[in-house]
Design a protein around this ligand. Structure first.
Ligand code: NDP
Length: 263
């Protein structure tokens, strides 16, 4: 059996094994299997990957920046943002990619063509999305709890603020990329800021999937249109699966993963 895994902490909520295993079956790859690995110490990612003799892996919160360091070579948008969510073992060399950003852009297309975008958060996902939107010349603003993660955005010419320095205005879409609400009941930004932001009725998206997060609950209570991270999860999985197997039929992969996700 050739093995793949998702690394994260926590990782028990991950749907990646389900959607990848469904595709292995659908495409007749019965010698491939996908499991999950809870990893507390991200610096052990490379060692654990090799010990488990993996052919490939996905990486979720909080280890994407460690995954970047663990790779022998990093390709595409992952190189710009310093965060890897997909690792492929190419003859003993670990190759890193980031499929979150292109996955998110693909999933957002189903909801409209948004120009003025606010990203809440400054971690790996926020960097990935900001890089993808910047490439498409969208009007982009980032707001994060702490200052330390803002340098990347400022150096890339993106407007970036802490909660304290941020002034709410009208946005077409507000995207929560923080892990607030994943394991707790917190909003990603103080309620008084969110209330002002939601007055102009932007589309509200949370990248967390399969959970009605406090952010989404609050948006719905203000009659906003919303989406969770399901589309992004499926599309990042489609692109990762394509890297793992070299299968190019992305619509067929998407269809299989979406069906598996709904089971
Ligand atoms: P990182 O660890 O790289 O970054 C976490 C970010 O969240 C930081 O900006 C941090 O702020 C902020 N944050 C954490 N807790 C809080 C809080 N209580 N209040 C405000 N801000 C907070 O994480 P990732 O970018 O890798 O992942 C973020 C989320 O995105 C996770 O929930 C993950 O599950 C989800 N995700 C979903 C995907 C999908 O396919 N749907 C794909 C990828 C990720 P600070 O800098 O101040 O610490």
């Amino acid at each position: 059996m050739t093995l793949y895994s998702i690394f994260g902490d926590p990782v028990s909520h991950s749907f990646s094994p389900k959607i990848h295993n469904a595709c292995f079956k659908e495409f007749g790859l019965r010698h491939l299997g996908y499991t999950r690995t809870r990893l507390e110490d991200g610096s052990k990612l490379r060692e654990t990957f090799l010990d488990l003799n993996l052919k490939g892996a996905n990486v979720t919160v909080p280890h994407k920046e460690e995954a970047f360091k663990a790779c022998d070579e990093v390709r595409g948008v992952a190189k710009v943002i310093g965060a890897v969510n997909t690792v492929v073992n190419e003859n003993g060399r670990l190759i890193g990619y980031n499929t979150d950003a292109p996955g998110f852009v693909e999933s957002l297309k189903a909801h409209g063509n948004f120009q003025k975008i606010l990203i809440i958060g400054g971690g790996g996902t926020a960097k990935a999305l900001a890089t993808a939107f910047k490439d498409e010349h969208r009007d982009l603003t980032v707001v994060n709890r702490s200052k330390k993660r803002l340098d990347f955005f400022k150096e890339s010419g993106i407007k970036a603020f802490t909660w304290e320095s941020f002034k709410p205005e009208k946005f077409d879409v507000v995207i929560n990329t923080t892990s607030a609400g994943l394991e707790d009941n917190s909003l990603p930004i103080p309620e008084e800021i969110l209330e002002k932001l939601f007055e102009t009725k932007p589309f509200a998206v949370d990248v967390i999937y399969n959970k009605n997060t406090p952010f989404l609950q609050y948006a719905k209570s203000k009659d906003l249109k919303t989406a969770d991270g399901e589309g992004m999860l499926i599309w990042q999985g489609v692109l990762a699966f394509s890297y793992f197997t070299s299968i190019e039929d992305k619509q067929e992969i998407y269809k299989t993963m979406k069906e598996a996700f709904a089971l």
